[in-house]
Design a protein around this ligand. Structure first.
Ligand code: PLP
Length: 388
């Protein structure tokens, strides 16, 4: 592997010339981004075309079609938002919330809190159901809270990246229909890598990111909404309070009118088209199975080394594994050592789990046996050096 240490002095001392960029080589096995697929990087490096060029307009339709395939949805309004996953998260809330709307947010980790914070900025009446970090909601808990708070929107995180928990989705969409409530689902750490059936699950709005299961750099936030959500958007009393993310305006560009809204990040869309094409070529179910297989190998290997996993197996995310930091070990020193000496990034804990867990990601292109073996080998040989 090439040099792993970051070189922060990019200006030559002698003649003050700014050197061309040189990025250290990293194997990204943390919470994201993951490494991009080489053919995605090739697509990104092509010359841009105009954002109203007929070639590009055709490519936009291809991206929408591919996104529908990997999300298993027929939603007409499916498009990649310009921005990261948080922009797409904000788009779901901005488009359907009006001041005073009642929102119920399921919080079982860091990103549930972000949803609640964002919803409050749109003057929604935010209620929360909370679960200990590391656990998931039961159907009964969700129904009880819907009956209590009578929300018009329920927002949940499918794959909670801060804890490594996957929220079981069976029956939740039916509950939302029964109580006339829209369901928003965060699929940032699940799209492309964990079973997702948006239409069968009766999810009304969902969002994701480009940099995890899709093996593309960060920069796009896939977004989708169904007809129930469109109806709420069309019947708003007030304008969508966020111009950039207003789907009624964006749809004039992504729909048949092709009216300029903002200059599309065309190369990012080249990249995501290639990323999605690769998933469809592999087969979405094959990709899910690959992620599960490699995660099982990782879990078994970590346990054989005497490490304890934070989440019970039936709720564990194949994309993100939380490992308890053993007593007496400084978790941050270990992650810095892996990064600086071995070029391997794993994550530390976030929020309530800071200092308590490591987060190991096996996402998209990075979910492969050789990476599992590499990280297990590093835990076996390097971790003992950090025991006091
Ligand atoms: N939701 C979840 C579950 C995430 O893991 C993340 C980021 O990791 C986000 C939302 C926000 O996405 P981004 O950082 O791409 O804005």
């Amino acid at each position: 592997m090439a040099t792993t240490k970051a070189n922060s002095s990019f200006i030559k001392n002698s003649d003050k010339t700014v050197l061309p960029i040189s990025v250290p080589e990293r194997l990204l096995l943390g919470p994201g981004p993951s490494n991009s697929h080489p053919s995605v990087l090739k697509a990104l490096s092509l010359q841009p075309v105009g954002h109203l060029d007929p070639f590009y307009i055709n490519l936009m339709a291809e991206v929408q079609g591919l996104l529908r395939q990997v999300w298993k949805t027929n939603n007409r309004l499916t498009l990649p938002m310009s921005g990261t996953g948080s922009a797409a998260m904000e788009a779901t809330l901005a488009n359907i919330l009006e001041p005073g709307d009642s929102v119920l947010v399921g919080i079982k980790g860091y990103f549930g809190n972000r949803l609640a914070d964002m919803a409050s900025r749109y003057q929604a009446n935010v209620n929360k159901i909370e679960k200990k970090w590391g656990e998931a909601f039961t159907l009964e808990e969700i129904e009880e809270a819907i009956i209590k708070f009578k929300p018009s929107v329920l927002a949940l995180v499918h794959a909670e990246t801060s804890t490594g928990v996957c929220q079981p989705m069976q029956g939740i969409g039916d509950l939302c229909r029964k109580y006339d409530c829209l369901l928003i689902l965060d699929t940032v750490t699940s799209l492309g890598s964990i079973p997702l059936y948006l239409d069968d699950w009766k999810v009304d709005l969902a969002y994701s990111c480009s940099q995890k299961g899709l093996s593309c750099p960060p920069g796009l936030g896939p977004f989708t909404m169904n007809e129930r959500a469109e109806e709420k958007l069309n019947n708003r009393n007030s304008k969508v309070p966020n111009w950039y993310l207003d789907v009624s305006l964006l749809n004039k560009y992504w729909g048949s009118d092709r009216v300029y809204h903002h200059t599309a990040p065309v190369n990012m869309n080249f990249g995501i088209r290639e990323a999605l094409r690769l998933i469809v070529e592999e087969g979405i179910e094959n990709s899910w199975n690959r992620h599960k297989r490699n995660a099982l190998e990782l879990w078994n290997g970590l346990e054989k080394l005497g490490l304890e996993l934070y989440v019970e197996e039936k709720l564990r995310l194949p994309t993100l594994t939380t490992v308890k930091i053993p007593e007496g070990i400084n978790g941050k020193d270990f992650t810095l050592h892996l990064l600086n000496e071995h070029g391997v990034e794993i994550g530390g804990g976030l929020g309530d789990l800071a200092g308590k867990v490591w987060r190991i990601g096996l996402m998209g292109y990075n979910s492969k046996t050789e990476n599992v073996e590499k990280v297990l080998n590093l835990f076996e040989t390097e971790l003992p050096k950090f025991k006091s």
